[in-house]
Design a protein around this ligand. Sequence first.
Ligand SMILES: [Fe+2]
Ligand SMILES: [Fe+2]
Length: 183
Amino acid sequence: MLQPMNALADTAALLSSLHDVWDEEAVDELDHALQSAARAIEDGADDELVLAAALHDLAHSPQFDEAAARRHDETARQWLTVRFGERVGWLAGQHVAAKRYLVATDPAYRAGLTATSVLSLDAQGGAAVDADLVAHPWWPDAVRLRRYDDAAKDPSARHEGRAATIDDVLTVAERVIRQGLSG
Ligand SMILES: [Fe+2]
Ligand SMILES: [Fe+2]
């Protein structure tokens, strides 16, 4: 069962904990989360997709242990599903699979990956197309999320006002909870 009050408080604490956590070279994980949300919003993504984009890398938070961080896509899926429903969890949970898919199917994609992302690709299993995933009705949105993810590593975006705020993300999260309770 969803626990709305906890979900919002948990999300606020989680986002704050991503400040000064460095997985990428150019942006900390809070900046990465807020830029991902902004790229989703400007693309006209629905609230669930915006929220999944914002929180897809939540497992890099010090709240999680090393094992959870290693399977960071699965950790995100589980954490988000119990708080915001199946689709939010699923979309965030596919961001590694979507990367592997784009490397396999879009020749220009790999060239645009950051050094960190190329390095992690091998550990993630390399290029791959999973036919079951591709046939899933939510898959196109998972690929959209991956594009936001890759565009969310710009060191100047925050200073230039091209990032969301924690409050923006919490407002979206609140709407997702409200829709989940009424739907
Ligand atoms: Fe990731
Ligand atoms: Fe990411």
